[in-house]
Ligand binder design. Structure first.
Ligand SMILES: *[C@@H]1O[C@H](CO)[C@@H](O)[C@H](O)[C@H]1NC(C)=O
Ligand SMILES: *[C@@H]1O[C@H](CO)[C@@H](O)[C@H](O)[C@H]1NC(C)=O
Ligand SMILES: *[C@@H]1O[C@H](CO)[C@@H](O)[C@H](O)[C@H]1NC(C)=O
Length: 333
């Protein structure tokens, strides 16, 4: 790191630089702990109203930085034949788009924009027992993350409707042996998402490209009802920078925040569910990591509490709604 020269003693300069670096690396504001947040959430209660001018202002910021309507997925329009596409999750690696890959891209973003009411469903344990399924499914467009289970035991809490589901290449590797052996179980496990879009970050990491393309061919070969969209690495990179400027310090944003950001631009109204990265619910009782299991995410990769705080700020500004409590009041005893 280069430092400007001054006439101050060297030791003082070093001290000043290290303080500045510390302020840069660590957020200046202390993250509130989970008990404080629970108190704040309870104080606000269920009341929430949209602030249209705040929403429009935020949407303009997102559109200016990241052009979600145009760049959300890889299309023939935004990724021409022969272009050098840079991976967003790797340093200095790119891929030249040849005809074999290019021909898999849709002509243009396939949604009719704007989408109206959108539900973005994170997989947090807070959804368990929430009875939010009906409310989630009442939206026009439901986005779910990382192939979450939707079997009947969960329907009451998370619903079943899905217009878009994301799949990380690591899931293809771990759960479906990279689709190198039997591919049927992959096709079978996607049936629950009916005719949704399957959103694959195929161009984020080098080792994710092949499994993602295999997922495409598998669904095509089995004439599955789902349509694959590849995440555009330029979109993901820009959204990452956008949140970094707002103070989210992590190696990579979670899929959930990528999806909530896209939804804020693509949809007229956004409600997010299952975004609560803490270990207690609003009553202070311990909860599991996900609504379906208790496997913690890889540590040191995402910064979920920081991401949650940003969503909570948007909630307080009337830009999106963060649903945390039960969707239907509990039955009187
Ligand atoms: C709505 O948001 C705008 C812009 O952020 C702000 O100036 C205004 O006070 C907000 N209105 C209400 C009712 O909170
Ligand atoms: C590119 O691929 C498409 C679909 O596979 C094929 O129809 C077309 O002929 C190919 N074009 C070239 C120039 O190879
Ligand atoms: C596609 O959807 C139709 C109508 O819902 C259904 O009958 C069919 O079995 C589905 N096909 C596959 C491969 O899932």
């Amino acid at each position: 790191m280069k430092c400007p020269r001054t006439r101050l003693p060297v030791g003082f300069g070093a001290l000043a630089v290290s303080v500045l670096c510390w302020l840069y690396v660590f957020p200046v504001e202390r993250l509130p702990d989970e008990k404080e947040l629970v108190r704040e959430v309870l104080q606000r209660g269920r009341a929430w109203s949209r602030n249209l001018s705040a929403l429009q202002g935020f949407r303009k910021q997102l559109n200016d930085c990241c052009h979600p309507g145009h760049l959300f997925s890889v299309t023939k329009v935004n990724t021409p034949l022969g272009v050098n596409l840079w991976f967003d999750g790797e340093f200095l690696h790119s891929l030249i788009i040849e005809n074999s890959t290019y021909s898999l891209f849709p002509q243009d973003t396939p949604f009719k924009l704007p989408l109206k009411r959108c539900s973005v469903v994170g997989n947090g344990g807070i959804l368990k027992g929430s009875r939010c399924g009906k409310q989630i499914d009442e939206a026009d467009f439901v986005i779910r993350c990382n192939l979450p289970p939707l079997t009947s035991g969960y329907t009451l809490d998370v619903g079943t409707k899905t217009q878009l589901v994301t799949v990380n290449p690591s899931i293809i590797e771990k759960r479906f042996q990279n689709l190198l052996w039997s591919r049927k179980s992959f096709v079978e496990s996607l049936k629950v998402y009916k005719s949704s879009y399957v959103y694959l970050p195929a161009f984020s990491m080098r080792h994710g490209t092949e499994p993602s393309l295999r997922a495409y061919y598998t669904l095509a070969d089995f004439s599955a009802n789902q349509t694959v969209l590849f995440a555009n690495p330029n979109f993901l990179r820009n959204v990452g920078k956008f949140w970094k400027n707002k103070g989210v310090h992590s190696k990579r944003l979670s899929t959930g925040l990528f999806m909530a950001s896209a939804a804020l631009s693509l949809c007229e109204e956004v409600t997010v569910y299952g975004f609560w990265p803490f270990q207690i619910d609003l009553k202070g009782s311990p909860i599991r990591h996900h609504y379906y299991d208790d496997v913690p995410p890889l540590s040191g990769f995402h910064s979920m509490p920081e991401e949650f705080l940003q969503l909570w700020l948007l909630h307080k500004s009337g830009i999106l709604r963060v649903q945390l409590g039960q969707c239907t009041p509990e039955e009187p005893q």
